[in-house]
Ligand binder design. Sequence first.
Ligand SMILES: [Zn+2]
Length: 285
Amino acid sequence: MTERKKAVALISLVCAICLLASTLGFFMTHGDITYRLWSRIRPYAEPALEITSLSATQSTTADELILRENVRASSLLMLVNRSHPLPLGYEALIEEYNGAKMHPDMIPAYIALRDELVRRTGIRVYVSSDFRTPEEQAEILAESGGDVAAEVGCSEHEAGLALDIYAPYFGGESLLQTRVGRLMNEICADYGFIIRYPLGKEAITGIDYEPWHLRYVGAPHARIITDAGLTLEEYVGLLTPNVWYRCDGYLISRQLPTILTLPAAFSACSLSPDNTGHVILTVKV
Ligand SMILES: [Zn+2]
């Protein structure tokens, strides 16, 4: 190799190293862009739902079932979107924590998630939007327009099942610029929350990516939905009516409320309408 060729090779190597270093530096200092890129290319598992059959069953109705001591009526799996508005006159079950109104089941879950984020990042997150009355939703719609805000009756905030979260000085999309915001997106499923409007699923949800909007669905649903990279629309659609699925110590089934078939015995069961005419049974085995 001539001296000239050696010099060209050396310069090319230095340029390649500089380019690599600046690219790495860019991604390391732009955590939000890196996180978005990762969200688009990350691999997802198949939904952790194993079809199972019940050896002994009992038949009942939703109205009868919710009267039993070990059965809990909930609304946690209600699909709320433009095609599935809340039932007319729907009254959300709400409790207040630290000035934020939400479904009572969400309070301990939110506290646990918030405290874990503080423990791991030293930063505390806050709620910027919680339960909204139809009047409040109408105000937001008038201010923001239909591309940003859902129509009245079509927002999960009206069901008390959603929270918008911010870190100090970082709200909305800029939440992902913070380590605490990215970590919240990563671990919220451990606490029963899902990122309801994920990146790349805008055509299904009808809503742009919202890394700040947490929706509570509880265990084990949040884990199944998140690990498989699903939306709530896809998850509800995945549950074939009258089929029982086994997952992580739970049995799950989506059925008509007027004709329910359950295991002959169980320790606990929760029953939530899915707002498509079915109820979803989550049985602890
Ligand atoms: Zn929201």
